[in-house]
Design a protein. Structure first.
Length: 233
């Protein structure tokens, strides 16, 4: 028998936290409730957690800061809870690495559906376990910096290959322009720097990814880009 999915709920509301934990337990999940960064760190040190439900508004370190720190350390899927309705809060959460967001108040069915959808995506888009990665009719040798399309060698610049590597090692994750600039060139972009957009346009063209309806590298409005193709090795 498979072990139940283990979920950490980071929520300080004395009603919402226990209610969310109990609902998830009723749905067959192994749910753990913590209220702040310190108790989350302690939980992660003791248990293998498959997904984190993270409230945006927390005492001390807020959910956005915790999300940023978690994403720098691991790829544990994160579902962010927010009572805020401003688009910028949702965009910032996605830019920092959250996999999805859910507004309060929410129902059990929608919460469980979001969790299961994130887990399915995480399983489908797991990072490659070897240096040889394939998607569609493209083969990428990460060790040799070689790319082949339908068996024919593609010539990528070092920056284009660095971008492709970033997407392949973070599949299904929304990457902001700042993150991609750091991966590709080792520096942060400024507000008017569109270098990444140009490089992605060229990379799409070389990979045969239709810019009008891209299937590999998709644009996430106001957030960045995400690699959406299914990987095989």
């Amino acid at each position: 028998m498979n072990n139940p999915v283990s979920i950490a709920i980071v929520e300080d509301d004395p009603e919402i936290g226990p209610m969310t934990r109990d609902r998830l337990i009723d749905q067959g999940f192994d749910a753990h409730l913590v209220t702040d960064r310190t108790s989350l760190d302690a939980l992660l040190a003791r248990h293998v957690i498959d997904l984190i439900v993270l409230d945006l508004m927390l005492p001390g370190e807020d959910g956005l800061s915790i999300c940023r720190r978690l994403r720098a350390q691991s790829d544990i899927p994160i579902l962010m809870l927010t009572a805020r309705t401003e688009e910028i809060d949702r965009v910032v959460g996605l830019e920092l690495g959250a996999d999805d967001y859910l507004g309060k108040p929410f129902g059990t069915r929608e919460l469980v559906a979001r969790i299961r959808a994130i887990l399915r995506r995480a399983e489908k888009t797991a990072p490659p376990k070897s240096d040889l990665v394939r998607f569609a009719d493209i083969e990428v040798d990460l060790a040799r910096h070689a790319v082949r399309l339908a068996g024919a060698e593609l010539v990528l610049t070092s920056g284009e290959f660095a971008l492709l590597r970033a997407f392949l090692t973070h599949p299904g994750r929304v990457l902001s322009r700042d993150q991609l600039m750091d991966f590709a060139q080792g520096r942060q972009s400024d507000h008017f720097d569109r270098t990444i957009d140009v490089q992605i346009s060229r990379l799409r063209s070389k990979l045969g990814d239709d810019p009008r309806s891209p299937q590999f590298i998709k644009t996430i409005r106001n957030a960045g880009y995400v690699f959406a193709a299914e990987l095989t090795s």
